[in-house]
Ligand binder design. Structure first.
Ligand code: PRP
Ligand code: MG
Length: 170
C-alpha cells in the first residue's frame, strides 16, 4: 500500500514557509491505518521490546498499536506538567526557544528494552530528549521508529548511535 498517498501536505501551516505533513487522512482510512501499524511493526518485530514509549501528542496515535503487537507495555512521554506521578525531565530545543519533556520515574525499569515511536522525525531534538529520559531510568533504546522522516532536517545525525527506522521519507 502506498501510504504516502494518504499524507496531505498543507502549505504555510502552522506558519509561512512550512509544508505541514497531515496524517489525518491516513488515520481515518481503516485500511491505511491498519497497513501503517503493521508496516511500523515489521520494522521492529524481530527485536525484543519490553516497553513502547510514545511522545505527546502525535506519537500517541501509533505507539499503543505497536505495543499490543509487540506484547509490550505503552509508556507516555508528555510535555511539562501533565504527568501526575513523580517524573524526571529533559529539556529540548524547539524552533523558537525550549520546552521540557517528562516521563514517570517508574515508567521504565532498569535493563528494559525500549522502542521509541513518534509520527515525525524532523530535527531529531524531540527523539534525542526521549532517548536521554529512557537512559536516565536505566532503559536501553532498541530503535527509534517513525511514520515520517523529513530527511533534509538531518534528524538521523542527531540520533547517531541509535537504530533509526522510518516508513515514509520526504
Ligand atoms: C512534532 C512531531 C514530532 C516532533 C518532531 O511534534 O510530532 O514529535 O515535532 O520534531 P523534531 O524532530 O524537530 O524534534 P510537536 O512538538 O509539533 O507536537 P505535537 O506532537 O503535540 O503536535
Ligand atoms: Mg510530536
Amino acid at each position: 500500500m502506498d501510504l504516502k498517498k494518504y499524507v496531505r501536505e498543507i502549505p504555510n501551516f502552522p506558519e509561512e514557509g512550512i509544508s505541514f505533513k497531515d496524517i489525518t487522512p491516513l488515520l481515518k482510512d481503516a485500511k491505511a491505518l491498519e497497513s501503517a501499524a503493521e508496516a511500523l511493526f515489521e520494522l521492529i518485530k524481530n527485536k525484543k521490546v519490553d516497553k513502547v514509549v510514545g511522545m505527546e501528542s502525535r506519537g500517541f496515535f501509533f505507539a499503543p498499536l505497536l505495543a499490543t503487537r509487540l506484547n509490550a507495555g505503552f509508556v507516555p512521554v508528555r510535555k511539562r506538567g501533565k504527568l501526575p506521578h513523580q517524573t524526571i525531565s529533559e529539556p529540548y530545543a524547539l524552533e523558537y526557544g525550549r520546552d521540557v519533556l517528562e516521563i514517570h520515574v517508574d515508567g521504565i525499569l532498569k535493563g528494559e528494552k525500549v522502542l521509541i515511536h513518534d509520527d515525525v522525525l524532523a530535527t531529531g531534538g524531540t527523539a534525542k530528549a526521549v532517548c536521554k529520559l529512557i537512559e536516565k531510568l536505566g532503559g536501553e533504546v532498541v530503535q527509534c521508529n517513525f511514520l515520517l522522516e523529513l530527511k533534509f532536517l538531518k534528524g538521523r545525525d542527531k540520533l547517531s548511535g541509535y537504530p533509526v527506522e522510518a516508513l515514509i521519507q520526504y
